[in-house]
Design a binder for this molecule. Sequence first.
Ligand code: SAM
Length: 172
Amino acid sequence: MPDIWILRIGHRPQRDKRVTTHVALSSRALGASGIFVDAEDRTLEENIRSVVGRFGGNYSIETGVSWKKMLKEFDGEIIHLTMYGQRVDEALPKVSRDKDLLIVVGAEKVPPDVYQAADHNVSVGNQPHSEIAALAIFLDRLTDGNNLYSDRDGQMTVLPNERGKTVVEKHT
Ligand code: SAM
């Protein structure tokens, strides 16, 4: 599987801090390599890097990026998640497994340019819900759930448990 990148557009640092944090954490947990966020937000960057520092992996975050430039210059396939798009089950077989992927999620109304620039406009159901839910379901289906328990070689690793909490901590 090539690299999967997320582009979050319409981020408003005060209003969306929790949702965008969860977009990043969910996509990291499900195997994405990193996230680009249109508005600059240093606090968001610090929070995500702190999780990566503790739980491992190579997930990157960059804020303050021009989404127009990214959509123009991205070398790979662009997938825009929108409730108006084609069905996810029909779209997935058409999505490249060889090229890098850029998955775009919005916050408020998404500009028409995004629909035009996308190789695939994909819906996860035809009801309005959330960028976190849409991204999680899409990534889980794209990767056949293979990243849910992949080892990130972190300072902290949570071991699945029927009851209780088991955390292995590396001592350096
Ligand atoms: N009203 C906005 C619009 O017209 O674009 C959508 C706002 S929604 C709260 C934020 C984001 O969640 C959307 O930009 C889209 O990426 C994602 N989203 C929400 N429902 C979705 C669905 N059913 N399928 C795919 N993506 C969805």
